[in-house]
Design a protein around this ligand. Sequence first.
Ligand SMILES: Nc1nc2c(c(=O)[nH]1)N[C@@H](CN(C=O)c1ccc(C(=O)N[C@@H](CCC(=O)O)C(=O)O)cc1)CN2
Length: 284
Amino acid sequence: MKRGNLIDGKGIAGQIKDELKDEIQAWSAESGRRPGLAVILVGEDPASRTYVRGKVQDCEQVGIYSRLIRKPDTIEEEELLFEIHRLNEDPAMDGILVQLPLPDHISSDRIISEIRPEKDVDGFHPINAGRLSTGLKSLLPCTPHGILQMLKRTGISIAGKHAVVVGRSNIVGKPVSLLLQKEDATVTMCHSRTQDLAHYTQQADILVAAVGRLQFITAEHVKPGAVVIDVGMNRTPEGKLAGDVDFESVREQASFITPVPGGVGPMTRAMLLYNTVQSAKERG
Ligand SMILES: Nc1nc2c(c(=O)[nH]1)N[C@@H](CN(C=O)c1ccc(C(=O)N[C@@H](CCC(=O)O)C(=O)O)cc1)CN2
């Protein structure tokens, strides 16, 4: 059998950014302002610093005004909340993003739920999660929305397919299951404690691996011809970035597969820009 085709997340993200650049230019000419994104980074975690830098660069590329707010990891929860409340009231800011993870002494749930839902460009606020689960319009979480866009723009049909999602997190597993269901897929949700995982994953036409364990999904989990989406971002013992899927062996079975890096990650970044533009347009 032919090796699976690569789904080019980086390329598709580039297309979306080009589309957004045009959209932002037209909207800014009409409204007299640029969409604005505030990014809050707490502490000095090297990976978080890299991601935040990437977000600021993405904004520059497409014409979004961005403000990076850096705080020491000793900051008190109340002080961080004060900053969120200030940004909630700032008319120049359409989106507020708090880079995760936060230090242990700060409750991410509390911080996220204090962001105004209409400025919650991560789509993590309980109001946005609730609206998604009841089928109402909302800001969608970036990684799940990015996965959906990748499938659609690659021409992979979803309706009537059996999608199996491995992972039940609030930020990927649950919302991606809802989005796939909304597109008329039949969805099965599994997780790290599912017994006989391969029994379920072998039935998947579309398999989404979002379990956060290095190379957890192997060829024996995959039906020949399946579409495999790898959300994992793990480090190998050699320090290389690798996903939840054992890429080389699974590629032999799959019809389409996302690489890590270059798959879901760049789509997450692109959909953050998309949400910021949506938020700006809604707010006027
Ligand atoms: N507030 C948030 N915090 C975090 C999120 C998030 O969506 N919102 N997700 C991750 C980190 N993240 C974005 O913040 C993110 C991570 C990685 C990538 C990406 O493009 N990865 C590249 C590879 C990069 C590398 O070489 O290290 C790829 O997959 O090609 C995008 C976004 C946790 N925190």
